[in-house]
Design a protein around this ligand. Structure first.
Ligand code: ZN
Length: 280
């Protein structure tokens, strides 16, 4: 059933040993297709651990090139790859770890014009974008495409992590929240500083990207307790981890009882072009 080569048995031995994973779980990982939006601070550790875990296909989308200022935290990239597209650099890192992974490197912006077309090819989405416009776009697109979303965010020493699958009914007939149930809409540009403006502790990107990847792997294998319905808030300065219960909001404009968002048109600007970008 699981049908591994000798090299695969050896490579994934420490996974297969876990009774919650085993050969069946490892096979699910090897059959899975994961989309990583952003090849930056979060997308870097996510891509590396997804590759190490043996994910069959990793799609990665980002329009940026590797810059010297990225290397303090974006660990998929290296000094000798400055100037290379981030997705090509990430693809090299992924293949360096695990040549068996199929990488779909998309050197472009993730925006409202391509979101649904890209997402449909994947089983689950990891959001490692660095701006609110993209974050809300991914939430809406994943809801419409009915794909689970594991969304991580980071600023300064603080991290946040959630799993959203509001399209899926719970046993009680309700459903978990989407990102908009908690945050409703993007703050006006400039209200919340970006990492470029406020700074970010590089190692916290590793913490959050690794936790995010753990949740992605759990969702693929269907093991443990889904983070859906909870929000993890992490304060790296005080080393405090808090898990907050979050519920679906019946007034949510996306997944509520009377939704006002029924497609991705609100993510297009008045010229009909898209206004969201993933920088990572
Ligand atoms: Zn919602």
């Amino acid at each position: 059933m699981t049908d591994f080569t000798d090299a695969e048995v050896e490579r994934y031995a420490r996974h297969i040993l876990l009774k919650e994973v085993g050969g069946v779980g490892q096979r699910k990982l090897m059959d899975a297709k994961v989309l990583v939006v952003g090849a930056g601070g979060l997308g870097s550790p996510a891509a590396l651990y997804l590759a190490a875990a043996g994910i069959g296909t990793i799609g990665i989308i980002d329009a940026d090139t590797v810059d010297l200022s990225n290397l303090q935290r974006q660990i998929a990239h290296t000094t000798d790859r400055i100037g290379m597209s981030k997705v090509e650099s990430a693809a090299q890192a992924i293949h360096g770890i695990n040549p068996g992974v199929n990488v779909v490197a998309m050197n472009k912006r993730f925006d409202a014009s391509n979101a649904l077309d890209i997402i449909k090819d994947y089983d689950i989405v990891a959001d490692g974008s660095d701006n609110f416009e993209t974050r809300f776009l991914i939430n809406d697109a994943c809801y419409f495409a009915e794909k689970p979303l594991v969304s991580a965010a980071i600023l300064r020493f603080d991290g946040q992590l959630g799993t959203y699958k509001a399209y899926a009914p719970n046993e009680d007939g309700g459903h978990g929240p989407c990102y908009r149930c908690i945050f409703r809409e993007a703050p006006p540009p400039g209200q919340i500083p970006s990492c470029a403006e406020a700074g970010v502790m590089g190692a916290m990107c590793g913490v959050m990207g690794s936790l995010q990847t753990t949740e992605v792997l759990k969702e693929i294998m269907g093991i443990g307790e889904s983070l859906s319905g909870s929000l993890m808030v992490i304060d790296g300065l005080s080393t405090e981890f808090r898990k907050i219960k979050v519920k679906a909001d019946p007034g949510c404009p996306l997944c509520g009882e009377n939704p006002s968002i029924t497609d991705l048109s609100s993510h297009m600007d008045s010229a009909g072009t898209t206004c969201a970008a993933a920088h990572g």
